[in-house]
Design a protein. Sequence first.
Length: 325
Amino acid sequence: MKTPVNIAVTGAAGQISYSLLFRLAAGDFLGPDQPVNLSLLEIPPAMKTLSGIVMELSDCGFPLLRAVTTATEPETAFGDADYAFLIGAKPRKEGMLRSDLLLQNAEIFSSQGRALNAAAKREVKVLVTGNPANTNALIAIHNAPDLPASNFAAMTMLDHTRAVSQLAAKCAVSSAAITNVAVWGNHSCAQYPDLHHAKVNGAPALSLVDKAWYEEEFIPTVQYRGGEVIKARGSSSAGSAANAALQHMRALVLGTPAGDWASMALLSDGSYGVDADLVFSFPVQVTNGKIGVAQGLEINEFGHEFLLRNQRELREEREAIKHLL
Ligand code: NAX
């Protein structure tokens, strides 16, 4: 048996974590021979709920689950973390402006960035899921100056799996037949789900579906899927978000399949003309643990407009929280 890995999860009493924790403990992340320690961060009012979840984790008798600890202090929760799932965030309440949401969450991610910087392993992999995820990740990166920025990402993998699934359904194939879908930009309705490079069983996707479906159905369906789930379920995506978080982290550990990529929001290195100090979703390849934006893809006028729109939106978000950078 391997040495246990330390996995920190914030917002551990929330609904995404309620799906994620049991899968982490069952071995869905790193496989059946990798024991895990879970370190769960919550705010004080949620600790009672969290204690019930800890009981449930124990009741499962997961052979791989070595230890479960809880904390209300980020530095305690992130001590020696190998992986950190930053899920906890304040929800948008009625009457709250987007700028208020940005500011309240910005405080959380600056303090968690500092705590990761102080306490986590230097190679810790950090995935920011809590919204507004891209800008929260930017804040965490700036507040963790001793950790490589490439250790951090914001989650656009759910947008990616939504796009893959919509295309697979349209072409009546398994999602395994789909490769090279890309989601660019912000995890918001401005995002650009791009099929220009996508393949279905190796054939160009846009040769199999018509342009009107792509532009008028596919793109808005992926962009607004989160809202549709809320309308139907009464609360936001949880099981699918937990699954996407696992897929993102698995891609970091196992690598992306040869020739394919995952969508991840990373600190831009200027690729495709995107401002260097924005966390922007790109098609990303991971090879032998090295993470990089897939290069050399042609972006047409249609796509370029989307990229610019996302850049504008992310610049505005950055402007609202610039005092925390
Ligand atoms: P919940 O409201 O169910 O859970 C959030 C949990 O975070 C609560 O238990 C709360 O007590 C905790 N929390 C709040 N502040 C905290 C802090 N400072 N430290 C630790 N924990 C704290 O939300 P849930 O449905 O689990 O969603 C979590 C976040 O994911 C939200 O911001 C949501 O908008 C975002 N999402 C992001 C997605 C993505 O693709 N990037 C998709 C799903 C989801 O919408």
